[in-house]
Structure formats: structure tokens, C-alpha cells
Write a protein that binds this ligand. Structure first.
Ligand SMILES: [Zn+2]
Length: 663
């Protein structure tokens, strides 16, 4: 008989959730417009997908022994229970107990998930009712994976925001305002369970008065983790508690873990080049070739890549009196209201001679140079940035002032959805056109003004996009779409930096527009630096973010062979690009957690199918690396490990960091 430790173990997570919605063959987790607070399973799916943990989702009624392994291998390192276990049958419950106790699969649960039948698996002897958390803070005193320091996680009001609103409220409808208000009020009530615990629980977190809020417990071959905080709320705000959960998943029962390393990472997204609203909206403008060049110098100086969301379709309003249109420098005499032209070929000369001509050709050339240099990657901001009802727009008297005309994937003026056919056509054409223009694959779609309906992200998936970057980040991986509100895109010119998102360990997208950057490059530099000062460690491109979030990471650990094996498969799009590799490198940023008690032997790490770009050892049992895939569709990494000589506690204050930059 082979013991669990002689089996190969997949380093992955099973998430047990109530039913999730499916749209044909796509499983969708989360809401495009969430209600007051997210259910616990959505918070967990967001936390897992934001670090690209490999996870499967299963409903309680599908729990069966064969789900967890066979004679040669164990399929999971952790099970996250996001449903109350009182709903599980005795048979399902006994499977969960057995895989934890005998196969050493670590269980993670919160609040009222354990019932009387299962409480003892988490070291809970008795539930003693609930209390409100006050003050709204939790001390973290110990980290399961020794990857943090003692701190206080804040559940206060401000921790609900990734950035702090600076001036003016972005227009919110009455309904949105009420929902926001409700969610703020409900967020001030945070119940937790009081318990009596078994003697051997290891306390990880307490209230400010010292009452235990989270602990681990050795149960047979497993280490299980319990969080006494209310499941719907405890991962709702940005604070260190998210890191504690990740630390528990990384430590599991001691089998190691591999996931994406996107901690303290930011993407800078610049929207709107190519869009004809530069001509039609009062005060519209664009960046000239010279201004792009200056922006490129700034980006190199600040060591910051920039991801530009381009609009390849330019819409003609057919109005000779306001201005003349040149295509490839030739005057366009036949003007058709609502016709779509190629932005990259259009020059617009205003009849009002006080306004300088708008040259989208020069804009394109400036942008193309930066793409070739590798400073900028280009993705899609739709086809036209304008309502599909283009003829009505062209005839409208208020098209210079009413910004509601300029949303392509939602009819903002009439508050109704755009047909799926129109959305799909715009998404597909835009992707094809941008890929042909710049010669690089397009992986990300941003709907204009972040306006969209409940199905736009699924349509984007079908059109071949991997990320949907709106007010939330839609992460498309295989046949699962997670609407991840924990990776927000912030209109940076309206926000002051806050450190909350960095504390929680999520990546952040900062959105700027060409018209904001045009006003003052130095102001853009100051904005950039203010966010870096708020704890951002590095900036990466959307290409890197998409590769890190959407690649399939298959990792396994074999104690018998003393090695960890990682295979990273680049995402396969439903509509593959004809262009194989992006010019701006798609670096896959990964974190490898070596099983506790073991260490990386220092022998060379074998990377096949790609290049190791950099490697860092932030803690004794953690290796962060950046890998660039070569032409191969997958990268394979083998990490030899051996039992550590000393049981030295790793330092995580950064002083003893080993930094190895390989190239
Ligand atoms: Zn826009």
C-alpha cells in the first residue's frame, strides 16, 4: 500500500460551491452588476483566480471519492468549502472527512460552514454564538506559510475602496447609489463565531481583544484552516486577511503550491486613441506623433510599460460644414453619415480654423513606433467607441455635448442593451483590424466607458479575447469566466492612491486617457509616481497580466522523487490569432512555494519551452520567477527540492532577500 506521501500530488484547489450559472459551454462566476455583498463562493473564486491558482468547481451533490485521486496520485492540495456543510449528505461528508484525514488534503472553511458533524475537523469543540466585530479590525499574529509579519487587518469603511475618490462623483444612477449605500452600511456589521477550541489549534488571527478569529488544526494527515469571520464579508474588503487565506492555501498540509505572482503589481492602461470622439466631442483631442515620442521617453525613464486600448474604426458624421475628411491624404468627397473608416488613415480638418487639424495617421505612426520599440502593447477598445445607431447619432444636434452617444456596447441614452450580433461584430472586427495594423495579437477588450450588459464578457470570450477589462476584470480561462471585482480598473485621474489593494495583494489597473496625458506629461509622471509610492513594486503590460492570469498552471509535487514539476500552458483562444507572439513580452509571473521543511536545492532549475527572465527568493520556501514562453505552447519547469538542514524561520522583512536577476 502506498501512503499519501508516496503519491504524486497535484497542487490545486477544489472549490465546493452552490450552483453556478452556465451560458452554453461557459461557466460564469460572479455578477456583472453585483448586489449588496458577494456570496462567499464568489469571493473565494475571485481570490483564487486573481492569483491564478488552478482550481475546479464542484457542487456538493457531485462529491465522490474518485474526484480526489486514484491509486497513483492525489488530485488536490486544498479544498475550499464555500457552502454550509449542514447541506451535505452523510455520504458526501464522509468523503470530505476521509480525503482530509487520510489523503492530507487541507480543508479551508469560514463562519457557519462547519456543522456539528464536521466542527471537530477544524479543532472546534463548540460554537458559542456570534458576536459583532468591533472595532472593525483583526490582528494577524501568525502566517501559516511564514510569509508575512504580524499586522492589523482593517475592515473599516475606507478599506472597501481600491482608491479614494478625488473630485466629483462619477454619475451613478439612483439605484446604483442606493446599492452602494446599502453595501456600505451592511459592511459595518461584521459578525464572527465564538468558539471553544481543541488544545492543539494554532491561532493565526484574533480580535483586538484577543478572541481567536482564525486558526489551523492538524487533522490526521491534513492541516485544516478555519476563519470565524462571516463568510460573505470577510473577503469583501481589501486588507491583509486575503493574504492570510492565500498563505493558508500555499501552506496547505505541506505539499507546496504554484500560482501567479501579481502582488504589488500594476498595469497602466491608456484608452481612446483612434476614436472619432476626438473630433466630435467638444474639447476632444488626440496625441500627435511627437507627443507619443515624448510619452515613450517618459515610459522608458519610469520603466513602465503602457497598454493602449485602440479604436480602429473612425465614424463619419457626413457633415461637410463642420470639417473635411482626408483618407490617405486624399479629400473624401462622398461623405456618408455613419460610415466607418479606418482610423489609421483619417485626417480631419475642422472648418473652424482656430482648431488644429486632427491627424489620426500621425497618431497611428507614433503609437506604432512605441509598439515596435516594445514599450507599448495594443489591445481593443471596441470598433468605433460609438453607439451602433450611427445614423441617428450623425443627425443628432447634441453629439458634441452628450457623452452618452459614445458607448458602443450599451445604449446609454436609452438605457438598453446592444444586440448580441452588433456586439460580436464590433468585437471581432476590432480584434482583426488591430492585429493586422500592429502585427501583434490582441488579448484584451475594454468596452467604451466601461458600459456593457450582463453578457458582454461572454461575447468577448467567444470573439477570442482572454481578459475583459472594465470596472471589473473578466478572467477567461478554459471554460470558466470569473468576473473579478478584486482586480478593478480605476480612473486614476479621479482617485488618490490608497494602499488597501496592495495590502490585500491584488494587482491593479490604472486607467488614463489620451486627453488627460496630453494636458501635461509631467502631471502624468507625478500620478505614476504617487501610485508607486503607495506600495506598487512593479508595472507590467496587459500582455503579461493576461498571460499570468489566463495560462493553465499544472503543478505537482512528489516527495518520493524530491521534485516539483510545473507545466504552464498558454491560453488557447476560442478564435485564435493568426499572429503567434506579442512584441511586448508576455511574461508569466509565477510564485513557487516549496513544501515547508524542504528547500530548493540550488541546482539549476530546468526550464524548457521558454526562458527564465528573473528569479527572486522573497522567503525561505518561496521562489518568484518570471518566465517568457518561446514559440512553444507550454513551458515546463522542474524544481529539485531536498529536506532542509535547519528549521530556520524565514525572514520576510526583506532584509535577507536573495535577489537573482538572470538577464
Ligand atoms: Zn474610451
Amino acid at each position: 500500500m502506498s501512503t499519501p506521501n508516496h503519491k504524486t500530488r497535484r497542487l490545486s484547489v477544489l472549490l465546493i460551491t452552490p450552483e453556478v450559472s452556465r451560458r452554453s459551454d461557459l461557466m460564469i462566476v460572479g455578477e456583472a452588476r453585483p448586489s449588496v455583498s458577494d456570496p462567499a463562493h464568489v469571493d473565494f473564486a475571485e481570490l483564487l483566480s486573481a492569483c491564478n491558482y488552478t482550481f475546479d468547481i464542484v457542487a456538493p451533490e457531485d462529491i465522490a471519492p474518485e474526484l480526489f485521486g486514484d491509486s497513483g496520485s492525489v488530485k488536490y492540495s486544498s479544498v475550499v468549502l464555500a457552502v454550509p456543510m449542514r447541506g451535505l449528505s452523510d455520504a458526501a461528508l464522509s468523503v470530505v472527512r476521509q480525503v482530509s484525514y487520510e489523503l492530507g488534503i487541507s480543508l479551508v472553511a469560514a463562519y457557519d460552514c462547519p456543522d456539528n458533524r464536521s466542527a471537530a475537523w477544524f479543532g472546534i469543540e463548540r460554537f458559542n454564538g456570534k458576536r459583532m466585530l468591533w472595532p472593525l479590525k483583526a490582528k494577524i499574529i501568525r502566517w501559516p506559510n511564514a510569509d508575512g509579519t504580524a499586522c492589523v487587518a482593517d475592515y473599516g469603511l475606507a478599506s472597501g475602496f481600491a482608491g479614494v475618490r478625488r473630485r466629483g462623483l462619477r454619475k451613478l444612477s439612483l439605484k446604483q447609489t442606493l446599492t452602494k449605500g446599502m453595501s456600505l452600511i451592511s459592511s459595518l456589521k461584521m459578525p464572527y463565531k465564538r468558539t471553544a477550541r481543541a488544545p492543539k489549534t494554532r491561532i493565526l488571527s484574533t480580535t483586538m481583544r484577543g478572541e481567536p478569529l482564525a486558526w489551523s488544526y492538524e487533522f490526521g494527515d491534513a492541516t485544516n484552516y478555519y476563519f470565524a469571520l462571516h463568510g460573505d464579508f470577510f473577503l469583501d474588503k481589501y486588507n491583509e486577511m486575503h493574504r492570510l487565506v492565500r498563505s493558508a492555501i500555499n501552506a496547505n498540509s505541506g505539499h507546496g503550491m504554484v500560482c501567479a505572482d501579481l502582488d504589488q503589481t500594476m498595469v497602466w492602461r491608456l484608452d481612446d486613441p483612434g476614436a472619432s470622439k476626438a473630433e466630435y466631442l467638444d474639447d476632444g483631442c488626440l496625441l500627435t506623433e511627437k507627443e507619443w515620442r515624448e510619452l515613450g521617453i517618459l515610459l522608458e525613464e519610469e520603466r513602465t510599460p503602457l497598454s493602449v486600448m485602440y479604436t480602429p474604426g473612425w465614424v463619419d458624421d457626413g457633415n461637410h460644414r463642420s470639417g473635411e475628411v482626408f483618407i490617405d491624404d486624399k479629400l473624401l468627397t462622398e461623405r456618408t453619415p455613419g460610415a466607418v473608416r479606418d482610423s489609421a488613415r483619417v485626417k480631419y480638418v475642422f472648418s473652424d480654423r482656430h482648431k488644429p487639424p486632427h491627424d489620426h495617421v500621425s497618431e497611428f505612426c507614433g503609437l506604432e513606433t512605441l509598439v515596435k520599440k516594445g514599450v507599448v502593447d495594443v489591445h481593443s477598445h471596441g470598433l468605433t467607441h460609438l453607439t451602433p445607431d450611427r445614423e441617428r447619432w450623425a443627425a443628432a444636434a447634441d453629439k458634441g455635448t452628450d457623452t452618452r452617444w459614445y458607448t458602443e456596447f450599451y445604449c446609454t441614452r436609452e438605457d438598453r442593451a446592444v444586440s448580441a450580433e452588433d456586439q460580436t461584430a464590433a468585437m471581432t472586427k476590432s480584434k482583426d483590424k488591430i492585429e493586422n495594423l500592429f502585427g501583434t495579437p490582441v488579448a484584451v477588450l475594454t468596452p467604451s466607458s466601461h458600459r456593457h450588459d450582463h453578457g458582454s464578457d461572454a461575447l468577448a470570450q467567444a470573439a477570442g479575447y482572454k481578459l475583459f477589462s472594465a470596472d471589473y476584470t473578466g478572467i477567461i480561462k478554459g471554460d470558466v469566466l470569473v468576473r473579478n471585482w478584486k482586480i478593478p480598473a480605476l480612473m486614476i485621474y479621479f482617485k488618490e492612491p490608497s494602499t488597501s489593494i496592495v495590502k490585500a495583494g491584488y494587482p491593479l489597473l490604472g486607467v488614463v486617457h489620451d486627453y488627460e496625458v496630453k494636458t501635461s506629461l509631467e502631471q502624468f509622471r507625478r500620478v505614476l509616481r504617487r501610485w508607486m509610492a503607495a506600495g506598487i513594486k512593479r508595472c507590467v503590460s496587459l500582455n503579461s497580466l493576461a498571460a499570468s492570469l489566463c495560462s493553465q498552471i499544472d503543478a505537482s509535487y512528489s516527495a518520493k522523487d524530491a521534485k516539483m514539476e510545473v507545466r504552464i500552458t498558454l491560453p488557447a483562444a476560442t478564435r485564435p490569432s493568426r499572429l503567434p507572439m506579442p512584441r511586448v513580452a508576455a511574461d508569466i509571473l509565477i510564485k513557487i512555494v516549496v513544501p515547508p521543511g524542504y528547500s530548493y536545492t540550488g541546482e539549476s532549475i530546468d526550464v524548457s519551452g521558454g526562458n527564465l527572465v528573473s528569479m527572486e527568493k522573497p522567503a525561505q520556501n518561496t521562489i518568484n520567477m518570471s518566465v517568457r514562453a518561446a514559440d512553444a505552447k507550454s513551458v515546463r519547469i522542474v524544481i529539485p527540492v531536498r529536506q532542509s538542514q535547519s528549521n530556520m524561520v524565514s525572514s520576510s522583512d526583506g532584509r535577507n532577500r536573495d535577489l537573482l536577476i538572470l538577464r
